[in-house]
Design a protein around this ligand. Structure first.
Ligand code: GGG
Length: 347
């Protein structure tokens, strides 16, 4: 029997219960489809930082390298650790070190879920560049705390980085409905974003079957609200993709439904699967976190591992659960009740 070694990093706040809930569903899917998932749990989190002074050990990346995939919950506990420290100490180093350059985020309404828009029915796949751009970490501050203080944060767009994410987007569009929206702000950002637009145009020549449309980020934000059904694959830089996918989460009913996969398409290192949401300290101890985003992310993990039937089975079970109403009303259902309804639907 095939056994997949999965690194579990529940992280902080609601990351812990949603990963536990998702894991029970994924393990059951394995049992039903003839494979095993073997979990190794890592306590890397803001609590870990408080105890050790780091979000993960110095050899954390090397430890993770041997796994088939990583399932992560949420990172951040701002009352104890500044968000910029926790994010740059765990999530971002993993994405960068493992060349997880494609962050895939699906946005569609699950059965029984009502989004805030009148116009229903959309199926958008956002592809967020995941290793550079505005998240490069390049920059610094001088004259700190004085009237002459200067803070600089440099967005880094490399030819390799932009080309590979655009090609990934074109391939996804080709495998779906053949439409790619490429998002920039090239009227204002005349170096990096003009470069992105030029690369989009050049690469489009290799994909004559894909209809590509450039959008500015502001116009795309409006379109995702006014006409989301006109969109298929949306490709954007790291920060723009992050912002647009919170909007995507909103129109699909909330962050409790927004799944994501940090993919290393070359498979030279493990990929990482995580809900889009953060640690939600305000509801962390209430037992009402929605595990559906994490279960859906887990289904994406099974798909990436090649277990397509199991992944489809998990999604059918999620859809059966939401169709019955459970998990569709924010804060109304308990995490374990949602997970056990999905488990029952799985069989
Ligand atoms: N689910 C992982 C998590 O905690 N995400 C929250 C977050 O702020 N992530 C940063 C990012 O993806 O840019």
């Amino acid at each position: 029997m095939t056994t997949y070694r999965i690194a579990l990093i529940p992280g902080d706040g609601i990351g812990l219960p949603v990963v536990d809930a998702a894991w029970t569903v994924l393990e059951r899917a394995g049992a039903l489809h003839g494979f095993q998932l073997s979990a190794t749990r890592f306590p890397w989190s803001c609590d870990f930082y408080r105890q050790t002074g780091a979000m993960m050990p110095a050899d954390g990346i090397e430890t993770l390298r041997g796994f088939d995939a990583i399932l992560l919950g949420a990172v951040g506990w701002p009352a104890a650790v500044p968000d910029a420290v926790s994010l740059h100490g765990l999530l971002l180093p993993i994405r960068k070190a493992f060349r997880q350059y494609a962050n895939i985020r699906p946005h569609r309404l699950l059965p029984g879920v009502e989004g805030p828009l009148r116009r229903q029915g959309f199926d958008i796949l956002c592809i967020r560049e995941n290793t550079e751009g505005e998240y490069s970490g390049a920059g610094g501050r001088v004259h700190v705390g004085t009237p002459d203080e200067v803070a600089v944060e440099t967005a880094v767009f490399t030819r390799v980085g932009v080309e590979r994410i655009l090609r990934f987007g074109f391939e996804q569009a080709r495998a779906r409905r053949g439409k790619l929206a490429s998002v920039t702000k090239s009227n204002a950002q005349k170096h990096t974003m003009v470069f992105w637009d030029e690369m989009t145009k050049a690469i489009a020549a290799d994909y004559p079957d894909v209809e590509v449309t450039p959008y500015h980020i502001d116009a795309m934000a409006a379109r995702m609200v006014m006409a989301p059904d006109t969109l298929d694959v949306v490709v954007a830089s790291n920060l723009f993709g992050d912002i647009l996918t919170d909007l995507g989460a909103a129109i699909q009913g909330g962050l409790g439904f927004a799944a994501s996969a940090n993919i290393n398409p070359d498979r030279t290192a493990p990929s990482m699967f995580e809900p889009v949401h953060g640690s939600a300290p305000d509801i962390a101890h209430l037992g009402i976190a929605n595990p559906i985003a994490t279960i859906w992310s887990g289904a994406m993990m099974l798909e990436h591992l090649g277990e397509r039937e199991a992944a489809a089975g998990v999604m059918r079970a999620v859809e059966a659960a939401t169709a019955s109403g459970i998990g569709t009303r924010p804060g109304q259902d308990r995490t374990d009740a949602i997970a056990s309804t999905v488990l029952r639907a799985l069989g």
